[in-house]
Design a protein around this ligand. Structure first.
Ligand SMILES: *Cc1c(COP(=O)(O)O)cnc(C)c1O
Length: 396
């Protein structure tokens, strides 16, 4: 439906016209109507640690954060973020000038793009990309230049030549995401080194979305791009509490980078939300200081769920890209005799009582994503088992 005003102009402006409704709304409504198991949207069905929830209650009761917190974020959280970057990655950031708290990673991404991109600037992003990237680039007036991750030996990989070719004189920044949603790809140290080399050579800024930094399920663990040679001074690193602590509703995110970069992001951020999530900021400060066992257990639990879903989907006849990170698994529906992920996902609740997301929504080159479908495994094991049982009916 298109509302018109007196000049017959569409209500939604040109920048946002293509972003009318999200697939998540459509699919979640379908899940509600059919009673299907929702493996579409990526939120955990179990809340995060009790002591972190209690920390939020305590902050709220003690009157910490109930009024506007400081614009850059409460000092406790900024210090905790800085301590986390130093202890985990050896990256040193000044909590006073190099850390900014945001309303989730989503606001951090939007504010970074609004701050750094001039209309007409090109932003290179890995395709398929998280859905807010396209909208944020558009709101900033930028032009997105997708570089497609391509299936290769059971995983979606970055073609470094394609990345190189995508950079032009108009490229303002690279927008990176590792571990990568929706493919589950984790860029290797070698790939990151090549990205860093390119960024230095072409003098590019990099915004890197590392919200799944603690969900690297195989291999040596997360490598932050900012730690590579020449990168600290040109990289804005974004993360958030939602995925790491299973509190996606709290919307506490943060940005780290040089004072100049962080100040730029803050200039945009202060007129978006100004501040957000007061008491939750104190709770997340405590969460970041949880003992290692918390992070190891989280990974262990997700590894078990991944293996359960990967095995089940394989037995159900899907082609499966075993994810190295995140809590999503991308599948290929062609072995099931299907080719259109949209049609498949629209029919799946009726056919099998499960909701999934067609990866094509994360592509500009929709045809490149057509046969791929994403399932989330941040759900209780019995839910995943039931989903797998239902999906096996597809091939029987
Ligand atoms: C979930 C997600 C976000 C959003 O994080 P919030 O902190 O909830 O705003 C950003 N990027 C990616 C890749 C995500 O999957």
């Amino acid at each position: 439906m298109t509302a018109m005003n007196r000049s017959d102009r569409p209500l939604l402006n040109r920048r946002l016209a293509e972003f009318g409704t999200t697939i998540f709304a459509e699919m979640s409504a379908l899940a509600a109507r059919t009673g299907a198991i929702n493996l579409g949207q990526g939120f955990p069905d179990t809340d995060g640690p009790e002591e972190v929830r209690e920390a939020a209650v305590r902050a709220l009761r003690d009157g910490r954060g109930n009024q506007y917190p400081p614009g850059p974020g409460v000092p406790e959280l900024r210090e905790a973020v800085a301590a986390h970057q130093l202890a985990r990655y050896g990256l040193s950031y000044d909590p006073g000038t190099e850390v900014l708290v945001t309303a989730g990673a989503t606001e951090a991404i939007a504010a970074a793009l609004l701050a750094l991109v001039e209309p007409g600037d090109e932003v290179v992003a890995l395709e398929p990309y998280y859905d807010s990237y396209a909208a944020s680039i558009a709101m900033a007036g930028g032009t997105r230049v997708p570089v497609t991750l391509r299936p290769h030996d059971g995983a979606f990989r970055l073609d470094l030549d394609e990345l190189r070719d995508a950079v032009t004189d108009r490229t303002r920044l690279l927008l990176l995401n590792t571990p990568h949603n929706p493919t589950g790809t984790v860029l290797t140290r070698e790939e990151l080194a090549a990205v860093a080399e390119l960024a230095v050579e072409r003098d590019l800024l990099v915004v890197t979305d590392e919200v799944y930094e603690h969900l690297v399920l195989d291999g040596p663990g997360h490598v932050p791009l900012a730690g590579l040679p020449g990168m600290r001074e040109r990289t804005l690193t974004i993360s958030s509490a939602g995925k790491t602590f299973s509190f996606t509703g709290w919307k506490v995110g943060w940005v780290t980078g040089t004072p100049a970069l962080v100040t730029a992001v803050r200039s945009a951020k202060q007129y978006l939300t100004f501040v957000a999530s007061g008491p939750f900021q104190y709770a997340v400060a405590e969460a970041l200081a949880l003992p290692d066992a918390y992070f190891t257990d989280l990974r262990e639990s997700l590894r078990t769920k991944r293996d359960l879903l990967v095995t089940g989907l394989t037995e159900a006849g899907f082609g499966v890209f075993r994810p190295m990170g995140t809590y999503f698994v991308t599948t290929d529906i062609r072995p099931l005799g299907e080719s259109d992920g949209f049609a498949f996902c629209r029919a799946l609740p009726e056919r099998a009582g499960v909701v999934a997301i067609p990866n094509a929504v994360f592509y500009d080159h929709r045809e490149a994503g057509a046969p791929f479908v994403r399932f989330a495994f941040c759900k209780r094991a019995e839910i995943l088992e039931e989903a797998v049982t239902r999906l096996k009916r597809l091939s029987s």
